[in-house]
Design a protein around this ligand. Sequence first.
Ligand code: ZN
Length: 174
Amino acid sequence: MPHAKGRLAPEWAGYIRVRLKTRGFMGSTEPVKDIRSPRPPSRLHQVHVESRTRVEFKDITSLVQRIVSESGVQSGTCFIFIPHTTAAILINENDDPALQKDLDNFLKTLVPRDNSYLHNDGNCDAHLKAALIGSSKSLLVAGGRLILGRWQGVFLCDFDGPRRRELMIKVVPD
Ligand code: ZN
């Protein structure tokens, strides 16, 4: 948009002021900081999710989206971390529940519960499944919404339930 000759466009005015303040007239090797719009601090959200069976794939997409919406972040990154050794975070199809059963069966063939393991407290299979899936995911946020494919959802996978699981979520603006 055109503006009066000899005047700074409003969006540049704050920047120039900051530049003069931080560098001075003699110049300096200090990096120039643009502090016009300081980033709001991101808060760590701790929520609890309960599983009801030993192995459960719990869809937490709407829970995570709610936290993103409450954070007010329009564009940024959403970090999801689960601080447990027998649970994991998965992104996959959340449309057909049969897929969760298939995934359960697939992981059972890879890591049968009754194998002889060195870690013999009865839940070694759960540790190994959690190690395969992973304990964290990062998702992009645009327009205040998680970016997910049409069929994708976020799951908390419990491999040694039923338990009350802790979930940590942080939404960081760009
Ligand atoms: Zn164990």
